[in-house]
Design a protein around this ligand. Structure first.
Ligand SMILES: [Zn+2]
Length: 144
């Protein structure tokens, strides 16, 4: 079972093994589903829904546009998302715009990475991690 968020409507799509030659479409809006693993910007409500319903671990990057270290972390985070496409749901939460969820989760520094599995937080890390370290950190808590 793999999971992807629709780039158009944000719906969570669970995908089994697709028949060869068939292109996956979003179950909600019917748009072609981007299965590249590219991180998706989400609102607090979309994050909550993904955490609640995802069959795979969800890794959220809490960031803000003015934050230099966040810009450093962004390509590392995106690379991990593409590498684990479908097996790890990578999402980005703009902590300036999504203040409710950021406050609720007690985000005090950015970037902060929060890993969720089975509807709850299982790990968090604040600050930039090099690529290998981020991957090992995720692997140390959840199978992707
Ligand atoms: Zn959709």
């Amino acid at each position: 079972m793999k999971a992807h968020l629709c780039a158009r409507c944000g719906a969570l799509n669970r995908i089994g093994d697709a028949p060869p030659g068939s292109a996956p479409v979003c179950g909600k809006c019917k748009a072609d589903l981007d299965v590249s693993g590219e991180p998706r910007p989400v609102t607090g409500a979309q994050l909550d829904a993904a955490v609640r319903n995802s069959p795979v671990p969800v890794l959220a990057d809490f960031w803000a546009p003015w934050c230099g270290p966040c810009r450093t972390a962004a390509p590392i985070f995106a690379d991990l998302g593409r590498k684990k496409a479908g097996g790890l749901l990578v999402v980005k939460v703009n902590s300036d715009e999504e203040q409710e969820v950021s406050a609720r989760l007690g985000i005090r520094a950015i970037p902060t990475f929060v890993l969720f599995l089975g509807g709850q937080e299982i790990a968090r890390h604040s600050g930039v991690m090099p690529a290998g370290e981020m991957e090992r950190w995720v692997a140390g808590h959840a199978r992707t």
